[in-house]
Write a protein that binds this ligand. Structure first.
Ligand code: PMM
Length: 276
């Protein structure tokens, strides 16, 4: 299912990671995440992606218990509102609890490599599964940027192996979405090469999700004359250009932080297409 004129679905990011500026503790973290999710829905999100583990380059992992405590109350509340919710997790145990709490999509940035049991949870639950291209956990993924051939071809080949694992676990093809994993074990140049050759990923025959929002390669592209990367919250115009291009390339979904800006781009393209 995609939006009008085959435009991509908008997946809004709801990160439930501890807020270093607040001493409110877990309850306030959940409350502010729920409020943020509701605001993204009001801005026009089709899906809310709730995650309790940061996967930024260099990040270390939370305990399973911490991750569960972060995401489950937020998923319960947002799914309870009627939202379509995905859980951003690499862990079978978290995926199981998230689906029980109302999530209908499991977004696994490791494509089942970090915790293969997650594939059995997905098969048993009937959830949709996003398999992202991944090579290693965030604390060392940037040491895995060697690709033996054109990056899109190698990523496609590695995603095909994940599809084989999904099929072996009994996940139907119709429940699978693939994601090239922008910024995960990729250099800036490799991210651009992948975006420019997304058709190679789309040729695998599955819907494709792309997450480029606020990522480092945009900061590098827009660096100032001294080479200082553009700050994270000043990358949205460049990201809007990416969204427009992805929409025309026919991707299934885009994972974004600024749902309002993304919706503006898609509304504009939709209006344009209606006049053709
Ligand atoms: N990127 C991040 C987290 N989860 N999930 C998918 N499917 N695709 C992505 O590109 C992706 C993801 C990291 O971004 P964040 O730290 O800004 O949320």
């Amino acid at each position: 299912m995609t939006g009008k004129h085959g435009l991509p679905l908008v997946m809004g990011v709801v990160n439930v990671t501890p807020d270093s500026f607040s001493d409110g503790g877990r309850y306030l973290d959940a409350e502010s995440a729920i409020a943020h999710g509701r605001a993204l829905l009001a801005d026009g999100a089709d899906i809310l992606d709730v995650g309790g583990e940061s996967t930024r380059p260099g990040a270390t992992r939370p305990l399973v218990r911490e991750e569960l405590d972060r995401v489950v109350p937020v998923i319960e509340a947002l799914a309870g509102d009627g939202a379509r919710v995905s859980v951003d997790t690499m862990r079978a145990e978290v995926a199981r609890a998230a689906v029980a709490a109302g999530a209908t999509i499991v977004n696994d940035v490791s494509g089942g490599l970090a915790d293969p049991a997650i594939l059995d949870v997905v098969a048993a639950s009937g959830a949709t599964y996003v398999a992202m291209h991944w090579r290693a956990h965030s604390d060392r993924m940037q040491t895995f940027t060697t690709y033996d051939g054109p990056v899109a071809r190698v990523v496609a080949a590695e995603l095909r192996e994940r599809v084989a694992a999904l099929r072996a676990a009994g996940v139907p093809d119709g429940h699978v979405v693939l994601d090239p994993g922008i910024g995960f074990a990729k250099t800036g140049d490799q991210n651009w090469e992948l975006l420019a050759h997304l058709d190679v990923i789309q040729e695998l025959g599955f819907p494709v999700l792309v997450g480029a929002s606020r990522k480092r390669f945009l900061g590098t592209l827009l660096a100032d004359p001294r080479g200082e990367p553009r700050p994270v919250d000043e990358r949205e115009v460049a990201h809007a250009a990416i969204i427009a291009r992805l929409a025309l390339d026919g991707v299934w979904g885009v994972r974004v932080h600024d749902v309002r800006a993304t919706r503006d781009v898609l509304t504009t393209i939709d209006r344009w297409e209606t006049a053709r």
